[in-house]
Design a protein around this ligand. Structure first.
Ligand code: TMP
Ligand code: MG
Length: 216
């Protein structure tokens, strides 16, 4: 990845789909190749906004649906300038969850005034990923994996709606260009190999076209 700017790569998928593991492996692989890489995750629970989100997810506090949605988005906006600065300075940024999670988890609540389009509005203007790796796993398989069920959204019916909404969001004209679906029901090593190939292809495209950083 020797282009003029760093890449913005995001991982998406259901809870327990293996995103965090694959994110770490990709960061490590690229760093071993001498690449400058910044690793982030959303929600970023370390900021004041992130602490409210954490307390909401663990069930300590309640929040109105629209309010928590906007806080998740605000939590990305807190880091937007930093992401842009990294990318412009040639550092690749790899993020565990991004706007897609923001939209699909909120829309899965089926609140009458929060469809996908409404949920996407506050994301507009954020740095747009060059590549979104969607680790696809059925909600049944996700539920079988360890630890599922401890946080607010880790319920199988909600996760099933989330998966459908990811598919629906994948039809959006911009998201359709960015998303690559990875079958996550395979071994860690198989996924890792697949993901690296996809990232390399995307990186070469970026080198060829030298695109400006785009916005959501
Ligand atoms: P995590 O398990 O990756 O830490 O994410 C915590 C939960 O927050 C997960 O169920 C997905 C959800 N989420 C949203 O609802 N909106 C968002 O914007 C993000 C980033 C995550
Ligand atoms: Mg989780």
């Amino acid at each position: 990845m020797k282009g003029t700017r760093g890449m913005l790569v995001v991982f998406e998928g259901l809870d327990r789909s293996g995103k965090s593991t694959q994110c770490e492996k990709l960061v490590q692989t690229l760093r071993n190749e001498g690449e400058r890489v910044e690793h982030m995750r959303f929600p970023n629970r370390t900021t004041p906004v992130g602490q409210i989100i954490n307390n909401y997810l663990t069930g300590e506090i309640q929040q109105e649906d629209h309010v928590i949605h906007l806080l998740f988005s605000a939590n990305r906006w807190e880091s937007a300038q930093a992401i842009e600065n990294h990318i412009k300075s040639g550092t690749t940024v790899i993020i565990d969850r991004y706007s897609y999670s923001g939209c699909v988890y909120s829309a899965a609540k089926q609140n009458k005034t929060m469809d996908l389009a409404w949920c996407r509005h506050p994301e507009e203007g954020l740095p747009r990923p060059d590549l979104c790796l969607f680790l696809d796993l059925s909600s049944e398989e996700a539920a079988k994996r360890g630890g599922f069920g401890t946080e607010r959204y880790e319920k199988q019916d909600l996760q099933a709606r989330v998966r459908d909404l990811y598919a629906e969001m994948g039809q959006h004209p911009e998201e359709r260009e960015d998303i690559v679906v990875i079958n996550a029901g395979r071994s860690i090593e198989e996924l890792q190999r697949d993901i690296l190939k996809v990232v390399q292809v995307s990186s070469r495209q970026l080198d060829t076209h030298g695109r400006e950083l785009r916005r959501m």
